[in-house]
Design a protein. Sequence first.
Lengths: 391, 256
Amino acid sequence: MKTFFFHLMPYADLDLSYVEQHNSAWVTLPNSYFDRQKGFALYDRYLGELELADQLGFDGICVNEHHQTAYGIMPAPNVIAGALARSTKNAKIAVLGRALPLVNNPVNIAEEFAMLDQMSGGRLITGFVRGIGSEYFASSINPTLSHERYYEAHELILKAWTQTGPFRYHGRHFQFEYVNIWPRPFQEPHPPVWVPSQGSMETIVWAAASERRYTYLQTFSPLKNAKKAFDAYRTAAQDSGYEADASQIGWAVPIYVGETDEGAREELRPHIENFFNRFLRFPFEMRFPPGYSSIASTKSLIESKVLARANATSLEALMELGMVVCGSAATVRDRLNYLQDELGFGNLIAMLQVATLPADLTEKNLRLFASGVMPHLNGARERGHKVSAAE
Amino acid sequence: MHEEMLDVRGQRLRLQRGGDGSAVVFLHGAGGANWTPLHDRLAADWQLIAPEHPGFGRSEIPEWMMSVGDLAFFYLDMLDKLEAPSVHLVGHSLGGWLAAEIAVRSTKRITSLSLMAPAGVAVPEAPFDDIFLWTPEEGARRNYYNVALAEARIAAQGNVDMDLFLQNRAGLARLAWSPRLENPQLHYWLHRIDVPTLLIWGREDRVIPYACHSPYMREISQARLVTLDACGHASHTEAADRVGTELNAFFRSVSR
C-alpha cells in the first residue's frame, strides 16, 4: 500500500459564524471574510506541512483545485505543485486534479503538467476531474456540457503529451490550429493519470478500460459506496480483458492519530464537524447545477439529501459510516489494514489536515501517522519502510 | 387541446394544439410546456399551437443545438412546416427571447409578435438575479407578485413530476447558462423586427425586471408596451384575463 498526504488548504481562519448570514462557504460567501494579512501565514504553514510529509517518507503529497471558496484556497493547484517541485525531494506530487471542463484551453493544462513533470524530475501524478457543481457557477461553464468537455479535453491533453507536434485539433468544444507543446513531459509515455470521483459508474468504467487503466480514487464517501465503486472498477477491468492491480485503486479519507482513542476523538471532533458542517456547506442548487448529473442520479441525490439533513453530521456518525478513521496509532493501523483487506485499494490518500485543525495538531497527526501507522500498513516492508525508524 | 408529434427535418417535436382560426404559436418559458387557462382563452378564438422546446420535457434536443440562436433557426424550419402561411408569434420569458431571436432572423411567416416579459436583453441598471441558485420555493415567490399565488404554487410542489422538472431545468441551462438568460448581441438586431409588436410586462417582475422593456421599445419601430400593475413575472397566470384580452385585441387589430 502506498501512502499519500492530501492537503485541501482550507481558509482555516474562517469566521464560522458566517452561517448566520450566508448559506454557503462557496461562490457566494463574500471574500471580505478572507483576511489579507492571514493568507501568507496560511500558505507558508500548509506548504511546510506538505514538505514535512516528504521528509517523513510519505510516498506522495496531494493538492487539488476548488474555486471561490473558503473550503480550499488553491484555485490554481499547479502553483502549489510548482513550489513543491523545488522544496520536496522524493515524494510524488499528485495534483488531484485539474478540472478539465472548466477551461477553454486544455492545451494549457497539458503544458503546465508537462512543466511540473520536468521540474520534479518525473514525480508528477496528474488528476483529471470534472469539478464539483459549484465550479460551474464560479466559471460560468455550462454544466450540461460538463461530460462532453471532460472527455474532449482529456483526449486533447493526451494527444498533446504523446503525439509529435505540431498537429491540428478540431473537436466539438475545442479547436486548435497548432498543438505543439514545449516542454514535453518527463515521464514516458506521459505522467500517470488518476481519476478522483465520488462513485459515478460511467466514470469508473471509463477509467478502468484497458486502453486507459487510470487509477480510480474514491473520495468522501461511506465505506459501502467505496466498496461498491472498487468492485465495479475490478469488474469493468475484467470486462475490458484484464485483472486490475491494487495500484489502480485509491481511497481518500480523513485520518487522525492521537495518543489514545479517546484523546484522538476529542482533538479531532470540532474540526471534522466544522469540515462537514461549515466548510463543505452549500445549497443543493449550487452543488448540483442542472445537467451536471443524469436525471436518475440527481433524483437519488435529492432523496439522500433529505436523509442527510435528518442526521446532523457528528464524528461518531462519520466514523460509523467509514468516512473518517480516528484513534490511537494501533487502532488506526489495524483499521486501515482491515479496510485494505476488505476494499483492496493500493493507494491510501490520507487527509491529515481538515478545516480548522490547527498547526500543532496537524504536525502531531503527520508525525504519529508516519511513525506509528505507516510502517505497519500492509505491504509497508516491501517498499522499504523500516519499523525501527519509528520515533 | 390535443398533442401531436411534428417531424421538423428529422427532429421530433411535441406540440399541443387547440382551437380553430388564424394560427397563434405560443413559445413557453423556463417552466416548460404547460397548457394554462390563458391557452384555453386564446384557443377559443384562434388555432393555438404550443410546441415544447427541444431539450424540455419529452422533446429531444439534437446534438448540434447549442444556443437560443440555433433554436430560433429550428423554429423557422417549424414555421415552414405548418400549414398556416403566417402566424401570430407569442412568447413568455425564455419563449419571448426565442420569439425575438426568430423575428430578427425572418418575419416572413410572422404576422405579429407578442413578447411577455422576454428574457434575452438585459439592461445594466437591472441585472438578472441567478435563477439557477433559487430553490423551488424561491422560484415560486419570484414568479408572482401575489403572495397567495406563490404559496399555492409552493403547496402544490409535492405533486411536481420530478423527471419533468429536472429535464426542464437542464433544457434551460443548455440554452441559457452563459451569459445567463441573455444574448448580449441581440439588441443590435432588434431593429430588424418589422411587424407589429406587443410587449407585456408586469411592473413587479422579479425574474426579468420591467426595466428591460426599454431596448425593445427603442429598437422595434412598431412596438407598443402594456404594463401590468401589481403583477410579477408569471403574467400569463397571474394576469391571465387581462393578458388574454390584450392579446385577442392585438391579434384582431393586425391584418396582413
